[in-house]
Design a protein around this ligand. Structure first.
Ligand code: AMP
Length: 286
């Protein structure tokens, strides 16, 4: 595995690999790697001759400075895991390497996606995501980009971003990997106490509950029931939503046919966790 710190070197490497007419798979991460991240690498290796992973904790996507400061860093272990899982290259840029000395931030027109769900509770978050992903994609110029369904709205935002890119990238959305008790794997799980870790499994149980109790007609009582349940069990809930799986617009009345996704964002203590589940169709947006 080759370790890159400079964009120019990675750009040259990726260009050389592309010249041999092979697919280049790219997996952007913020590190503290777990099996969810590694599953993206497995998918990339199945499809692409070269797999490049980046580890960069992007400050511009954190609306809460404390969350940024406390984001877990396990770099040595990450490099070991990447090597063990046969990544071809890892990019470990500094802030300056990504944004340069004089930062001029572009604004991305994300439409309503910017202000709903994660966008509503984390103002500026998706602009930050686009800033870093735009830069990374222009360095790596991958043929395939691997993202996790765990960050469903982020997948939709990045799909919008790559549609605007001057070169074609295939977006591959990979299923959410879970712990045996259902909790979605997340780097932030490392910040949970033993007690909070147990409590956090309720999020998955609530998604399963929504899946099980979905029926045509008004969805508001079901959403409220789950939100109240979480609140009464010590969670500080940002949202429990059922949305159209293609547009992410909230659905109040279900016709029994529309493809739906349930999404939850909640604090367990100080740690904010998100998860989602497709309710009536396993297809991810096209
Ligand atoms: P992060 O390091 O949290 O920015 O995540 C990097 C990539 O891994 C993103 O595309 C995430 O959606 C994906 N990812 C995070 N958690 C999981 C998971 N449990 N299963 C599958 N993919 C995941």
């Amino acid at each position: 595995m080759i370790l890159f710190k400079l964009s120019k070197d990675l750009e040259d490497y990726s260009q050389k690999m592309r010249k041999s007419a092979d697919f280049i798979g790219f997996v952007p991460t913020m590190g503290a790697l777990h099996d969810g991240h590694l599953s993206l690498i497995v998918k990339s290796r199945q499809k692409c001759a070269t797999t490049i992973v980046s580890i960069f904790i992007n400050p511009t996507q954190f609306n809460n400075p404390d969350d940024f400061k406390k984001y877990p860093v396990t770099l040595e272990k990450d490099i070991y895991l990447l090597e063990k899982n046969h990544s071809d290259a890892v990019f470990l840029p500094t802030y300056e390497e990504i944004y340069g000395q004089k930062v001029i931030f572009k604004h991305y027109d994300l439409g309503y996606l910017e202000n709903i769900l994660e966008g509503k509770y984390r103002p500026g978050h998706f602009q930050g995501v686009c800033q870093v992903v735009d830069r990374l994609l222009n360095i790596v110029k991958p043929t395939h980009l691997f993202l996790g369904q765990k960050d469903y709205q982020q997948c939709m935002v990045i799909k919008k971003l790559i549609d605007l890119m001057p070169f074609h990238i295939d977006l591959i959305i990979c299923p959410t990997l879970r712990e045996p008790d259902g909790l979605a794997m997340s780097s932030r799980n490392l910040r949970l106490s033993e007690q909070q870790r147990k409590q956090a499994t309720e999020i998955y149980r609530c998604l399963v509950f929504l899946h099980k109790h979905l029926s045509a007609g008004s969805l508001e009582p079901l959403k409220s029931k789950v939100k109240d349940y979480l609140t009464n069990n010590g969670f500080k809930v940002d949202y429990v939503e059922i949305c159209d799986a293609d547009s992410l617009i909230s659905v109040s009345e279900w016709d029994g046919k529309q493809r739906l996704i349930a999404l939850v964002a909640t604090y367990v203590g100080e740690v904010r966790l998100i998860d989602n589940m497709l309710l009536n169709d396993s297809r991810i947006f096209e």
